[in-house]
Design a protein around this ligand. Sequence first.
Ligand code: ST9
Ligand code: ZN
Ligand code: ZN
Length: 343
Amino acid sequence: MDLKHHDDDLKDHDDSHDSGHVTESEDNEETFEKLGKQDEEPLVKQEIVWKNIVKFIILHTLAGYSLTLFPSLGLYSWLWLLTTYLVSGLGITAGAHRFWSHKTFKAKLPLRLFLVFANSMAGENSIYIWSRDHRTHHKFSETDADPHNAKRGFFFSHIGWLCVRKHPRVTSAGKTINMADLEADSLVMFQHHHYMVWFTTCAFIFPSIVPTLWGESLVTAYFIAVLRYVGVLHFTWLVNSAAHMFGMKPYDASIGPTENMGVSVLALGEGFHNYHHTFPYDYSTSEWGLNLNFTTAFIHLMHTIGQAYDLRKPSQKTIEARIIRTGIPEMTKACRGMGIKSE
Ligand code: ST9
Ligand code: ZN
Ligand code: ZN
């Protein structure tokens, strides 16, 4: 496997301001102290976005009704629900997250097209907006400048942040993030500029029509699509909430993100969040290979058929050095086998 070990240009990062993408050095570092790490001030005013609250209430009501249709679903419709969950999930995990936000591997055009389609099916804003917010999340993690700052509690980091206007520091800090790579990506910008068409077609129209091929009713197929949409939203949000609160911190005990196996299962391998915030440029987001990591299995498959290449990973030496400095060695794969323990 053509793994790239970036010890020279990707040093053992200081995670307190690590957006984890290739153009890191071009981010405006001068403003970091000012924007992200100044003393947290209480919010003067929090503007509620009622439109989003109404939207989420409607979506959850429809998803609740979808559950009542379960007994009537045939085998093919069940398989379709599973397939669309995995595909739209990969559009976030392999696409928006590991490929576009962090540039942890390179991809040929057919894979990029698939990931844009899959990402649009997930319906979590355009890849451009998602990546801009996510890079901001890494660089200003758990400060007022973090879009879903977990220090504001479970509800805020899960769904609440999508129901209020952003903290002004999110917007100002976000401006320091270099987005030149995605602005130069015509496919990403095409999706961004025509997002509603991509979203409605891939998230609802396409998945509602396909099941009619095996005799499922259009209406039932639509409700399955809504259920899958709401489910994938929650599985994603759990990474921001549960995996920033519940679990161990073997790689960097000083940061909020945790290792949460339940979230890893539901979020297709994205629950190894303490590792991910420590080594954001690792294509696998974990040191445990394929364990509970469907997305890594997918990237390996894409690598085998020549669609993914230049998979990036920190070297074993970098991982060990970092764990010894900031983590709990006996809880990690890298150090446990060598008998290295906490001092
Ligand atoms: C959704 C997203 O669910 C979920 C993301 C989760 C991320 C998780 C990551 C975890 C790791 C990966 C795990 C994957 C697991 C997957 C599992 C799968 C099985 N930088 O936003 P606006 C500026 S979406 C720089 O409107 P408001 C900018 O100028 C759900 N600048 O702020 C912008 O204008 P423009 C569906 C920034 O007005 C302007 O401010 N979607 C930044 O405060 C206004 O921005 C929805 O529900 C920045 N970071 O509104 C819609 N941010 O964009 C939700 C802002 O033109 N969104 N600016 O450049 C909204 O309605 C609004 O954003 C809002 C805030 C109400 C939340
Ligand atoms: Zn990330
Ligand atoms: Zn995080």
